[in-house]
Design a protein. Structure first.
Length: 260
């Protein structure tokens, strides 16, 4: 009986020693850090690798330094031009200071999520709907800068923010389609008007040149007759300008003889 009791005592002692040893030895992966507290006070940030703790005196909180992905829930936003839209985004961030991420904020994931939601509504509410749709990269950069500045006190680095969807009502979709169609029509009219203006300018320049050189006008007249004669086989009678008689050799004499 005494032998059995002694065996039980040693077995319990061995179990206790193994439990103490297990609580004293910690192994941290390459991407993990351990925030060590001694009697409730911060002592050091250790890791990665093997960490030895004093049982019942020291405690350790693990911190993951990998980039974390946070899906920001859809937020109802009123744009600056009073259009109601629903926007959701995705946030990429990581811990750069395990001590501050553990001590300065109770739950950094929840805190970052809530901050991202309020910042998303605040930033997008300052822009028109057209800016939300066309300048998404700029909005992403603005949101990322604000979040990074505010989470720096928590030891968190916001690497990137991406707006995923901007959902609008069906009525607004039709209005945007009509606006796009009107814009295309306006551009077509502007291009047509610019073409007419350029053509008129060229005609004006040609008229000025012909006005300075009357001979050029007569040659242009003969060229037009040649084109018309080549296209049609019917006989066409054109009035002959008498001014051309002075520039065509022998034509003036022939004209006078026919007149006599």
């Amino acid at each position: 009986m005494n032998l059995f009791g002694g065996f039980t005592f040693y077995a319990v002692l061995i179990v206790l020693l193994l439990a103490l040893l297990a609580s004293a030895i910690k192994i941290l992966r390459e991407y993990e850090r351990g925030v060590v507290f001694t009697l409730g006070r911060f002592t050091a940030t250790k890791g990665p690798g093997l960490i030895l703790l004093i049982p019942f005196v020291q405690q350790m909180v693990r911190a993951d330094l990998r980039t974390l992905v946070l899906d920001v829930p859809g937020q109802d936003v009123i744009s600056r031009d009073n259009v109601s839209v629903r926007v959701n985004a995705v946030l990429y961030f990581r811990i750069i200071d395990a001590e501050r991420a553990t001590i300065q904020v109770e739950d950094f994931m929840m805190a970052t999520s809530q901050l991202a939601q309020t910042t998303l509504r605040s930033v997008l509410g300052k822009h028109d709907l057209d800016e939300m749709l066309a300048e998404r990269d700029k909005l992403n950069a603005d949101i990322q800068e604000i979040l990074d500045r505010q989470t720096d006190a928590w030891g968190i680095k916001v690497a990137n923010v991406e707006i995923k969807h901007v959902d609008i009502d069906e009525s607004m979709v039709r209005a945007i389609a009509r606006q796009a169609e009107a814009e295309r029509e306006r551009r077509a009219k502007v291009i047509n008007a610019e073409g007419e203006q350029q053509a008129a300018q060229k005609l004006l320049e040609a008229a000025e040149i012909l006005a300075r050189q009357p001979e050029a006008m007569q040659l242009r007249y003969l060229s037009s007759l040649n084109v018309v004669a080549a296209e049609k086989n019917s006989t066409i009678v054109f009035p002959f300008p008498m001014e051309m008689a002075s520039i065509v050799p022998g034509l003036s004499k022939l004209t006078r003889e026919k007149g006599e």
